[in-house]
Write a protein that binds this ligand. Sequence first.
Ligand code: R5P
Length: 154
Amino acid sequence: MKIAVGSDEKNYLTDALVQELEGRGHELLLIGPLAGTGDAWPAVGEAVGEAVGSGRSALGIVCCYTGTGVSIAANKVTGVRAALCGDAQTAAGARRWNDANVLALSLRTTTPDLLREILDAWFGTDCPASERVYVEQIRAIEEARNQSVRSLHL
Ligand SMILES: O=C[C@H](O)[C@H](O)[C@H](O)COP(=O)(O)O
């Protein structure tokens, strides 16, 4: 699977993340300091969101110290449902109930073991048809709000 991965900092956890994802056979699009650029969390979150929202990547993973900034930035992009996950159960829930397409991680609290548990849950869980109605409601809210912004600019 093609996955966009960005962080505002490259450290042991992002190294473990890249290694883990490559080991699982994913093709990575690295963004920000992981690709050698000095972007801060707003630009990193937006760029990963853009890769997912445009369909260039099937999923995204964003990291920053808290995980909050990159998730907020990614969620500004149409079509993105970014979820900050600090444990496996939350990651499974974000996939199952929210069809989350961007996983946000905290570099402060995520240990390498926890990272593997979160990734197992994230990749091992899909959104069943029965839950898609809610994702559709999110899509409708997003579309209506984009529409009203567009009409303001006409
Ligand atoms: O939400 C923001 C993130 O947690 C950042 O990683 C945090 O603000 C640290 O940013 P800086 O590297 O600018 O100190």
